[in-house]
Design a protein around this ligand. Sequence first.
Ligand SMILES: Nc1ncnc2c1ncn2[C@@H]1O[C@H](COP(=O)(O)OP(=O)(O)OP(=O)(O)O)[C@@H](O)[C@H]1O
Ligand SMILES: CC(C)(CO)[C@@H](O)C(=O)[O-]
Ligand code: BAL
Length: 337
Amino acid sequence: MAGARRRPGRTEPKAKQTKRRAFPRGARLKKLGPLLRGQLLHSLYAGAEGTMQKPIVVHTREELLKELRALEERGVSLALVPTMGYLHEGHLSLVREGAARADRVAVSIFVNPTQFGPGEDLDRYPRDLSGDVEKLDAAGAWLVYAPKSPREVYPEGFQTWVDVEGLSLGLCGGKRPGHFRGVATVVCKLLTLFRPKVALFGQKDYQQLAVIRRMARDLDLDARTEVVGMPIVREPDGLAMSSRNAYLSADERRRALSLHRGLYAARALHEAGERDPARLIGAARDAMAGDVDRIDYVELVDADSLETVERVEDPVCLLVAAFVGRTRLIDNLVVGR
Ligand SMILES: Nc1ncnc2c1ncn2[C@@H]1O[C@H](COP(=O)(O)OP(=O)(O)OP(=O)(O)O)[C@@H](O)[C@H]1O
Ligand SMILES: CC(C)(CO)[C@@H](O)C(=O)[O-]
Ligand code: BAL
């Protein structure tokens, strides 16, 4: 789903260039990996200013709008990476791609209460704002928007919600009623506030990405913002990176790998010619049995519409959600694309 890469940023008119923008844009930068390029660009423009520039951290809508207006006046383009914080390489891959597609990258860090159901992990969700800002500094982010309380995002009297109807019904939406209403609402607010050129999301949250794409199309947010999906970043052994991995004990961490094993067992069967969804799902379930404590779902759906399929013909996505101990993990794999 990730689109084609392009040169980092576009050139601003000379008169409008700020010191912060004064880094070379040679085509050779393109040949560096995204990690090196992010770090190089960051240290170059920091060096040009004589000091190491940390990302600007703002907590309120007013502070944010002030920074955004200043940026807009200078014609500087923006990439937005919405997150719930406790950042890892998955998040940072989105930041680096954002830096390759726009002049500046902003990251929102907000544990959004409206997407958590009763009894879920809202209260214990891991948080580490200062650690996150350090990581974003190294990745070359320009600004961090970290509302201090839900009231900042949902002011007194709030009563407007975004519901993406069909796509939100099954999979995680079925197991977490109201989850995607919370996600779509907060992402709609973020896209409206930031008005970025691109907004980047991970394919680890495959259904979320589909819901956000649909919302952007339906509400014309895509007239201004391109929604970009990015590949899943995994640990060396294959476990999908997730902030919730921090909950896992050593034994749970070992057992959590069975989600990845399940997906790849199904893919191996597909490669051997199997086209019956029930058998592919069965292979994934068998590979997870004994290691996960509860399977929430294993489903095989059309990779674009997310509708269930009778037989695997076009590209499909196999999605799993399972509890290891008290931790609910998700993962997925696109097959046949
Ligand atoms: N392993 C990953 N690879 C690529 N993108 C990721 C990965 N993990 C998260 N993202 C993306 O980062 C963005 C912010 O996600 P979020 O802050 O919820 O992180 P998370 O690790 O998915 O957390 P959680 O454990 O709550 O699921 C989302 O677009 C998400 O899809
Ligand atoms: C997109 C998001 C930041 C909305 O709160 C969240 O669902 C997430 O981190 O994936
Ligand atoms: N990355 C998805 C956020 C959530 O599970 O609420």
